[in-house]
Ligand binder design. Structure first.
Ligand code: CA
Length: 226
């Protein structure tokens, strides 16, 4: 398990690094939001521990940008303040859980493990977005009661959208998720597969679920097209 700790206070950062390393986790530490964004973009973390009070961009903004960059590892926010407004701010920005400082290390570890477990099991249970339903285990897809046959790539593409409803996903993000870097000479492959997918999940139902966001990419509507 690989964890990114974002904390500017040297003592706290060292404490977290030591504690998590002793539990067998691999830990990287970033002292500010910009550094965290660079690290998160370059490696695949299982979880992020993110302090709210950071120099430069704060923890909320860091979390929003991490999500905008297509990093979906669970985020546990650390806040010195425990107000409801802070909590809502953190969770709105895409955080999965939060803890108020000071906290017991054992509790942080337990919450972190729970977040990672939940993320793992979410990956294998059925996903619903509006009228669309997708079951990763049986590889089946439905629009309402109607089952839809998809090719392996179409399935992966739809699954990627359904894991991030309402988010704009760039061509690069989609290529990395669906084609796993094997995309030399595939300049228009996304456009082609988006068209295939629309023909199967939208056109026959007279709905629009996948929207083109000019210059940015594509977005699956949160209502799944209705
Ligand atoms: Ca801090």
């Amino acid at each position: 398990m690989r964890v990114l700790v974002v904390e500017d206070e040297v003592k706290m950062a060292a404490l977290l690094r030591r504690g998590l390393t002793e539990e067998g986790l691999t830990v990287d530490v970033a002292g500010d939001g910009e550094r965290a964004l660079a690290l998160a973009a370059g490696s695949d973390y299982d979880a992020v521990v993110l302090d709210v009070g950071l120099p430069g961009i704060d923890g909320y903004e860091t979390c929003r940008r991490i999500r905008r960059n297509g990093v979906w590892a669970p985020v546990l926010m650390l806040t010195a303040r425990g107000s409801v407004a802070d909590r809502v701010g953190g969770l709105d920005g895409g955080a999965d859980d939060y803890m108020v400082k000071p906290f017991a290390f054992a509790e942080l570890l337990a919450r972190l493990r729970a977040l990672v477990r939940r993320a793992d099991s979410d990956r294998s249970s059925a996903i619903e977005v509006g009228g669309l339903r997708l079951d990763p285990d049986s590889r089946r897809v439905w629009r309402g009661e109607t089952e839809i046959e998809l090719s392996a790539k179409e399935f992966r593409l739809l699954e990627t959208f359904m894991r991030h409803p309402g988010y704009v996903l760039s061509r690069t993000q989609l290529l990395e998720q669906v084609w796993e870097y094997d995309y030399a000479e595939r300049s228009n492959v996304i456009e082609v597969y988006i068209r295939y997918l629309r023909r199967k999940i939208d056109v026959p139902f007279d709905l629009v679920s996948i929207e083109t966001v000019r210059g940015a990419g594509y977005r699956l509507r949160k209502d799944g097209g209705g």
